[in-house]
Design a protein around this ligand. Structure first.
Ligand SMILES: Nc1ncnc2c1ncn2[C@@H]1O[C@H](COP(=O)(O)OP(=O)(O)OP(=O)(O)O)[C@@H](O)[C@H]1O
Length: 763
């Protein structure tokens, strides 16, 4: 039935009518559907979607089912291992006797007792009460005691893993008053090796159950002794406990000795086990620590020319992160990848980047200006250059592929000219400069519309507040149909949440660290709590010590800010150390030169700020010193990650002032050892003071301002402004400033320090 609605155009259409109209529109008649599809194509598309969904659900079911089976098996294994463990606990002779006594006090076994033996109790026998070794049904049944029966001794006591008992045919001969036990075993093993239990006596009514005296002598009720030749007859008498008339209970010495042997034996086994476990753990640690995988690049769908370039560069095997990510990345999936510092993440995203370009170029080879197929974003200029350099190594044999770097600190026009003259398919950029190009309509925006792959290196940093706005603007200019990959050594939870800004909802999370440490086990980490006034002296002391121990030393000293790095550099240069300086206040050309020099050299100390904290691959750094707390835990990990790269060893020392100790809480899961404060050489202290006096006042003033700015923005320290300013004054003293430098009124206002005692405002 057709319903026709007459709707007055001037009035808005009511919501229910809108729904009905849209329903009717879905009805029949030739119509075009989104994407220019006709009705049947649209229908088929939806049928396919439904089928895909169904198969995905089935897949999930299958995985769940397998997981359930796995967990069942694991639970069973757990149970059985727990059982085995319980058998490891040797039963004490007392418990053993009690268990035997209990057994003979079962219903039907009353007649085994004399009146003298005490009241007959009928306790319920719990199978678990039995000693580990007592498993012989015939022995359990008292009726069997009147004839021959098999006993195997107390095998459960020494055989810890599996109960072995009564292997040989020990016999009790029915002869009243006499019990003879014969055992041909050695002292160490129980009766499972064939020792014979030979007892004589009336084991029927009124039987007197034998008790054992010392040295294998069996005592009867009257104290008569019977010879016991079986060495391991410990505690097989049921007639003990408080009903034993004997005032002095004699315990066979050899039994005790054996008990001792036994416990020693158990200890030995335990030690052996723990030793073995330790070795296994160490082996596992080594295995986990190794960054390499067994796989080779040529085992994956990587172009032979890339494999050739990799081989030329000395890469044959993949690293673990490369193996873990390559399939998902090549399949075009979005992914967040977390892997430790220095484990080859750059190549892990460069390989799929190159494959993306190859595939895309095949499809759209006739375009005049090639689109940018791959965009790699990273936080610093040096890192962008480093990634470009690595990309150039990998595309060495691909003639048609080009990489270009867009970073700040270089001339914009030069960038533009290069973009026009040599259009490349891969761009490595820092967000600021890329935005400049996009906003200046240099033609790059159009080329970016053909983007296939976006890589965000150091993703947690780029999605952090400092870069967030720029990132949002950039992502807005990119096509939605693209693959996005986020890489970092640290992916805090908040970052995973905001990663939706870049990623599709359905993306892979590849974490090669898992529950392990975020740092490398081969990097020794320690911290020192240093009073403020000794900070510079302590750095000098640590450097001198390291230099004296490591011939080819290569040290990075991280300072909290650029200006603090500048002060530290100037002081250490004054003290004639082989230092270099690198931070954001230096011109780009200088930074590039220092970065290249530090890559190549040995016996050099780089004094730097956080511009060097992430991604920089300076080979063979032997020590990283962090002076003052880093901005957060992730920053600590990245700074430390400049040493111990490619699975090598390294060392990291963190210097904190007593009021910075709260930061240690943030990294309490990391293995930092506390170093006690070393005695500083008075000569060295005065040298530092002399050199500090020679440092230019403007450097110190800038350092003071930077110091105040850094700690003022620290959530913990910046909260109490009065204390902050007091600490700042102490810092002033330590760098030889007579009084705190004045602040601009505006700055003081912004920092919330205007009316705080000790803050001077510029007139
Ligand atoms: N398959 C490989 N075989 C040998 N060396 C490799 C391989 N992959 C990468 N490398 C080397 O490992 C070093 C570290 O790589 P890279 O800089 O990519 O680490 P990263 O994981 O990105 O570190 P960070 O987290 O600090 O950024 C580099 O020197 C690189 O050349």
């Amino acid at each position: 039935m057709n319903i026709i609605f007459l709707v007055e155009h001037s009035k808005p259409i009511p919501r229910f009518l809108q729904t009905l109209i849209s329903v009717r529109h879905m009805g029949g008649g030739p119509r075009t559907f989104p994407g220019g599809l006709n009705k049947w194509q649209w229908k088929r598309l939806h049928e396919k979607k439904a089928r895909d969904k169904e198969s995905k659900l089935l897949d999930q079911e299958k995985q769940l089912y397998q997981a359930r089976i796995r967990s069942d098996i694991r639970a069973k294994i757990d149970d059985s291992s727990r059982q085995i463990e319980s058998n490891y606990n040797p039963i004490t002779p007392k418990d053993h006797i009690k268990a035997l006594a209990d057994r003979f006090m079962k219903e039907g076994a009353e007649d085994l007792w004399n009146e003298d033996d005490g009241p007959v109790k009928v306790p319920t026998f719990k199978p678990n009460d039995a000693p580990a070794g007592v498993r012989n049904e015939r022995f359990r049944d008292p009726r069997n005691l009147t004839g021959n029966f098999e006993v195997g001794g107390f095998g459960g006591m020494s055989n810890l893993s599996k109960p072995r008992f009564y292997s040989a045919g020990a016999s009790v001969r029915k002869r009243p008053g006499r019990y003879k036990f014969r055992g041909n075993d050695s002292s160490s093993s129980d009766n499972d090796d064939g020792s014979e239990f030979e007892g004589e006596g009336n084991l029927g009514r009124n039987v007197k159950w034998p008790r054992f005296g010392t040295n294998g002598i069996v005592e009867d009720e009257e104290g008569g002794e019977e010879e016991m030749r079986g060495k391991k007859m410990a505690g097989s008498s049921a007639a003990l406990g408080k009903y034993d008339r004997k005032t002095k209970k004699r315990i066979p010495l050899n039994v005790l000795e054996n008990e001792d042997d036994l416990s020693q034996h158990v200890e030995m086994i335990k030690k052996e086990f723990s030793k073995r476990n330790l070795v296994e753990l160490e082996e596992k640690d080594d295995e986990e620590e190794s960054i390499m995988s067994e796989k080779r690049f040529d085992e994956f769908d990587v172009s032979p020319l890339t494999v050739k370039a990799l081989t030329t560069a000395g890469y044959v095997q993949m690293t673990k992160v490369q193996e873990a990510t390559i399939t998902a990345c090549l399949e075009g999936k979005d992914a967040v990848v977390k892997a430790k510092t220095g484990t080859g993440k750059s190549a892990a995203f460069l390989l799929p980047a190159i494959e993306t370009v190859l595939k895309a170029s095949r499809l759209k080879s006739r375009l005049r200006v090639p689109p940018v197929y791959v965009l790699i974003l990273c936080p610093t200029r040096e890192l962008a250059s480093q990634i470009s350099a690595e990309a150039n190594v990998l595309i060495k044999y691909h003639d048609g592929i080009g990489v270009q770097t867009l970073v700040g600190g270089t001339r914009f026009k030069v960038d533009q000219k290069r973009l026009e003259s040599d259009p490349c398919q891969i761009i490595v950029a820092t967000p600021g400069r890329l935005l400049d190009h996009i906003e200046n309509k240099s033609g790059l925006s159009t080329r970016l519309m053909g983007l296939h792959l976006l890589v965000v290196d150091e993703a947690d940093h780029l999605l952090d507040l400092g870069f967030r706005k720029d990132m949002e603007k950039i992502v807005d200019c990119l096509p939605r149909q693209r693959q996005s990959l986020l890489f970092s050594a640290t992916i805090p939870k908040e970052v995973r949440r905001v990663s939706q800004l870049v990623l599709k909802r359905e993306h892979a999370y590849i974490d090669t660290i898992g529950l392990g440490l975020d740092t490398h086990a081969k990097v020794n980490q320690s911290y020192l709590v240093v009073p403020h006034e000794q900070n510079f002296q302590m750095v000098l002391h640590l450097l001198k010590e390291h230099i004296s121990q490591v011939v080819d030393y290569k040290v990075i000293v991280f300072c909290t800010t650029a200006m603090m790095a500048s002060l530290m550099f100037t002081l250490l240069r004054e003290l004639r150390l082989n230092v270099r300086e690198m931070h954001s206040r230096k011109p780009q050309l200088y930074r590039t030169r220092i970065s290249d020099e530090f890559k190549e050299s040995k016996r050099l100390i780089l004094i730097t700020s956080d511009v060097s904290a992430r991604g920089m691959n300076y080979p063979d750094v032997t020590l990283v010193i962090q002076v003052g707390i880093p901005s957060d835990r992730a920053n600590y990990i990245h700074r430390l990650g400049r040493t111990g790269r490619e699975g090598k060893a390294g060392e990291g020392i963190l210097l904190v002032a007593p009021w910075e100790e709260h930061f240690l809480d943030e990294i309490k899961d990391l293995p930092l050892a506390k170093i006690s404060l070393p005695q500083l050489d008075p000569d060295m202290i005065s040298k530092v003071e002399d050199s500090m006096a020679k440092v230019d006042g403007s450097i110190k003033e800038a350092a003071y301002h930077a110091w105040l700015g850094y700690y003022n923005s620290n959530r913990e320290i910046g909260r109490d402004k009065t204390t902050l300013v007091e600490l700042a004054s102490k810092f002033c003293d330590s760098i030889g400033l007579q009084r705190p430098p004045a602040l601009f009124r505006k700055t003081a206002l912004k920092m919330g320090l205007k009316d705080i005692d000790g803050i001077r405002i510029r007139k």
